[in-house]
Ligand binder design. Structure first.
Ligand code: ADP
Ligand code: MG
Length: 704
C-alpha cells in the first residue's frame, strides 16, 4: 500500500506530463480552468450529463424537447443563401418515420464535404419546429457504422471556455484526458472515509466514485458516485467548521456575566413594550452563554422589524452590569446614529455612559471618547467601521455586537473582537437577511444560532402589490391619500453601483417627477454620493416628519426605523434581488398603521424577475423568501457569502443537497465527540486527508 505522501506526490504531478497534454495545452488549462496538477483535473467534474441511451423516432419529436438523439440517413445536402441572405448548409435526412433538416451556419463549406449522402448518422441536438418541419442547427453527428458504442451511454459534459474551444479543448477532449488520467491514477486513489461510514450509508468507494463521475457505466452508478462525492465534500467541510467551534469552546474561556441587577430594573421599569416570546427565548439562550464560562459566538437571525435591537441592548446591559464594556457596530452612519438615539435615553436613565463614534465624529469629541474608553468610564459605544480603528482601545471589552453582519467582511469583524487582548469578548452577530438552514450550517457552522421567528403582536402584515408604469397616476394618487392621512412614503431607486452616473440620473429624473406631482409636499432625497452630513440632515428631517416623501437609493435599505412611514414604492423592482426587496419592504410596517409595498416594474419581465416579484407579493416570510432566493441564484450569489470561502464547493449544491448535508453534519459531530483528534485506526484516513489538504483550502474533500 502507498503511504500518504506518495499518494499526494502522484496527484501533485504537473498536468503537462499527462499523455496528450503537453506544455501549450497545460498553460491553457491552467489559465482557463485553474488546472495545474493531476489532482486539479480529476476534480473538474462534469456539470451535466447527456443521455445517449435512447434513440428517438422523428415522429416522436415535440417542440420543447432538450437535446435528443436520432439515427437518420442523409438524403441530400445543399448550400443556400448566398451573399445578402445568411449562407447556410441544409442536409435533408430521414428515418422510417419522417424527415428532418440539419442546418449549419458556420463552417458551411467544410461541413458539406464531411456529410456523405446516403449514409446513416447518429445525430445529436435540440429539435425545433420550423414551417411544419423539425430542424436541428449545428447538431453533433457521427457516422453510424452498424453498432452503437457502449461508452456513449451517459455523456459527461464539462464546461469549457471560448479560448479552450478555439484550441480544440472541448468537453470531449477533457473527457478523454480524464479517461487517460483515471487509468494511471487508479492505484493512487486512497479511501478518505472510514469504513463504518461507507457501510452505514452503503456508499461506493472513492476510487469507484471518481471513476463513475467521469465515466458513468450507468445512470445508477452515476447517482452513487454523486452521492458519495457530495457526502464526502460536505462531511469534510462540516468537520472543519465543527473542529473550529470545538477548539474555540475548549480554548477560549468566556467572561462570566452572572449578576444582572440593572437588567431586572430595566425589565420592570423602563421596557417600553412587552417582549415577544421569541425575544424572551433568545435572551435566555444568550444569558445561558454568558454564565457558561465559555465564550459566546452567536448569530441572531430575525426578520426585519422583529426587534433585534432591544435584544442586543438587553445583552449589552448584562455586560455592563458586570463591569465590562460593550460596543455595537452598524454598517452605516445613519443606522449607527439611529441606534444611538434610540438607546441613549435608556442607558442614561440607568446611569450608564454611552457614546457614538462614526466617520464624521469631530476630532475633539473623538479624543474624549478614546480617553473615556481607555479609562473604562464609557460603558457603551455605538458606531460604524470607525470602531475598528487601531486608535480605539477599550479597557475591558466584554461583549461585541455586530448589526447586519453580512455587510462586514470576516476580517473587519474579527478585528473588533481582538480588541480585548486578555479574554475574547462574547460575540453576537445579527442579521435580518435570514439564511436558509442549509446555508447557515455551512456558512456559520462554527456559530451557535438563535432565531427570532415572530414579529411583535401589534404589527399588521404589509400589503404588497405589483404595478407598471401605466398605473403611475393611480400610485401617485394613493401616495397623496396616505400623506393626507398623516403618513410618510419612501420611493426607492436602484443603484447597483454607487458610482454609476446613469443610476444617479434615474434617481434625479424620478425625483423631479415626484417634485412636479407633489408640489405642495416636502420631499427629501438621499443617496450614497452625498456628503454624510447632507445625508444625515435629510434623514433627520424625514425622521422628524418634516418631509413626507423620501426619495432614495438603497442606502436606506438597512435598519432605518421611521414607524410613521407606511408606503414603500420600489422603482424598477425587477433590478433588485429578493433579499434586497425584502429588506426594503421591512422599512415600512413598523408602526400601528396598515402599510403597503408597491413594486413598480416594466411591463414585460424575465422569468426570474417575475418569480421574484410574485414571491414578494405572495409572502412576507423572510425564511421562505430566503429559500426561494437560494434556488434562484444559487448559494454563491447570496449576500455576503461569496467572500466566505466556505462555499467553494466542487460538487455539492447547498440549494439541493440539504438532506445529504444534514446527515454529513450529524456524522461529523458524532465523530468529533468520539474521536476529536482522529486517533483511532479507522479514522486515520481522515487525518491523512486533512493533512494533505491543510495548507491549500478549507475544502478538505479535495484531493491533496
Ligand atoms: P430589527 O429586528 O429589524 O432590527 P428593530 O429592533 O429595529 O427591528 O425593531 C423594530 C421596531 O419594533 C422598533 O420600533 C422597536 O422599538 C419595536 N419593537 C421591538 N420589539 C418590540 C415588541 N416586543 N413589541 C412592540 N414593539 C417592538
Ligand atoms: Mg435592525
Amino acid at each position: 500500500m502507498l503511504n500518504a505522501s506518495k499518494l499526494s506526490e502522484f496527484f501533485q504531478t504537473k498536468i503537462e506530463f499527462l499523455k496528450g497534454v503537453g506544455s501549450k495545452k497545460a498553460a491553457l488549462l491552467q489559465k482557463e480552468l485553474g488546472v495545474l496538477t493531476f489532482a486539479d483535473l480529476l476534480q473538474v467534474y462534469p456539470f451535466r450529463y447527456e443521455d445517449r441511451t435512447k434513440i428517438f423516432n422523428i415522429k416522436e419529436l415535440k417542440d420543447g424537447l432538450p437535446n435528443i438523439q436520432l439515427k437518420v440517413r442523409i438524403q441530400n445536402v445543399q448550400i443556400l443563401g448566398e451573399g445578402f441572405k445568411k449562407k447556410r448548409l441544409i442536409a435533408k435526412a430521414t428515418d422510417l418515420t419522417g424527415e428532418i433538416d440539419l442546418i449549419w451556419f458556420q463552417g458551411v463549406e467544410w461541413m458539406k464535404n464531411q456529410i456523405l449522402v446516403g449514409k446513416e448518422y447518429i445525430v445529436f441536438g435540440k429539435p425545433t419546429l420550423f414551417n411544419h418541419t423539425f430542424q436541428i442547427s449545428h447538431p453533433e453527428i457521427e457516422l453510424f457504422e452498424g453498432k452503437l458504442e457502449v461508452k456513449s451511454f451517459l455523456q459527461p459534459v464539462y464546461s469549457t471556455t471560448e479560448k479552450l474551444k478555439a484550441n480544440y479543448i472541448g468537453s470531449k477532449t477533457i473527457q478523454k484526458l480524464q479517461e487517460t488520467l483515471l487509468e494511471t491514477a487508479e492505484p493512487h486513489i486512497a479511501e478518505t472515509l472510514p469504513y463504518s461510514l461507507i457501510a452505514k450509508y452503503k456508499m461506493i468507494s472513492k476510487k469507484q466514485a471518481l471513476w463513475h463521475i467521469h465515466l458513468p457505466a450507468s445512470a445508477e452508478m452515476l447517482l452513487q458516485a454523486q452521492r458519495r462525492l457530495k457526502f464526502e465534500e460536505l462531511f469534510f467541510v462540516q468537520l472543519h467548521l465543527l473542529t473550529h467551534k470545538l477548539l474555540k469552546k475548549r480554548n477560549f474561556k468566556g467572561l462570566v456575566f452572572s449578576s444582572i441587577p440593572t437588567v431586572s430594573v430595566f425589565y420592570k421599569q423602563h421596557l417600553p413594550f412587552e417582549l415577544t416570546e421569541a425575544q424572551k427565548r433568545v435572551i435566555r439562550e444568550i444569558y445561558a452563554d454568558m454564565v457558561s464560562g465559555r465564550q459566546m459566538n452567536r448569530l441572531l437571525q430575525g426578520d426585519v422589524g422583529s426587534g433585534k435591537t432591544m435584544v442586543a441592548f438587553i445583552c449589552m446591559l448584562m455586560a455592563v452590569d458586570n463591569a465590562a464594556q460593550t460596543c455595537l457596530m452598524a454598517p452605516t452612519e445613519i443606522l449607527a446614529t439611529q441606534h444611538f438615539e434610540s438607546l441613549k435615553s435608556y442607558a442614561e436613565t440607568l446611569g450608564f455612559r454611552i457614546a457614538c463614534l462614526t466617520g464624521s465624529t469631530k476630532t475633539k469629541e473623538r479624543k474624549i471618547i478614546h480617553e473615556l474608553l481607555e479609562d473604562g468610564s464609557l460603558n457603551i459605544l455605538i458606531g460604524t467601521h470607525a470602531l475598528i480603528e487601531d486608535k480605539v482601545k477599550f479597557k475591558n471589552l466584554g461583549l461585541v455586537v455586530v448589526d447586519e453582519q453580512h455587510r462586514f467582511g470576516v476580517e473587519q469583524r474579527s478585528k473588533l473582537w481582538r480588541k480585548n487582548e486578555q479574554v475574547q469578548p462574547h460575540v453576537l452577530v445579527m442579521t435580518a437577511t435570514p439564511i436558509p438552514r442549509t446555508l447557515a450550517m455551512t456558512l456559520y457552522g462554527d456559530l451557535d444560532i438563535s432565531n427570532i421567528d415572530e414579529l411583535p403582536a401589534n404589527r399588521k402584515s404589509i400589503k404588497t402589490v405589483h404595478r407598471t408604469d401605466e398605473h403611475r397616476l393611480q400610485v401617485f394618487g394613493f401616495i397623496r391619500d396616505q400623506i393626507a392621512e398623516g403618513r410618510q412614503v419612501y420611493i426607492v431607486y436602484p443603484l447597483i453601483k454607487e458610482s454609476e452616473t446613469l443610476d444617479l440620473k434615474d434617481l434625479y429624473d424620478g425625483y423631479e417627477s415626484v417634485v412636479r406631482f407633489f408640489q405642495d409636499v416636502q420631499i427629501s432625497i438621499v443617496h450614497g454620493q452625498q456628503k454624510s452630513a447632507d445625508k444625515d440632515f435629510e434623514m433627520q428631517r424625514f425622521l422628524r416628519g418634516e418631509t413626507k416623501i423620501m426619495v432614495a437609493t438603497t442606502v436606506i435599505e438597512v435598519g432605518v426605523n421611521v414607524p410613521n412611514a407606511s408606503v414603500m414604492v420600489i422603482e424598477s423592482a425587477q433590478r433588485f434581488g429578493l433579499a434586497q426587496l425584502h429588506q426594503l419592504r421591512g422599512r415600512v410596517g413598523r408602526g400601528a398603521n396598515q402599510s403597503y409595498c408597491i413594486l413598480m416594474t416594466d411591463k414585460t419581465l424575465q422569468e426570474n424577475s417575475r418569480i421574484r416579484i410574485e414571491t414578494m407579493v405572495r409572502t412576507t416570510n423572510g425564511f421562505e423568501i430566503a429559500d426561494i432566493d437560494l434556488k434562484l441564484r444559487g448559494p454563491g450569489d447570496l449576500m455576503g457569502t461569496r467572500q466566505s470561502g466556505a462555499l467553494d464547493l466542487l460538487i455539492a449544491d447547498l440549494s439541493q443537497d440539504s438532506d445529504i448535508l444534514k446527515v454529513a453534519r450529524e456524522e461529523a459531530m458524532h465523530l468529533l465527540e468520539r474521536d476529536p483528534d482522529f486517533q483511532s485506526i479507522e479514522n486515520r484516513c481522515i487525518k491523512a486527508q486533512i493533512e494533505s489538504t491543510k495548507s491549500k483550502s478549507m475544502n478538505w474533500a479535495r484531493i491533496g
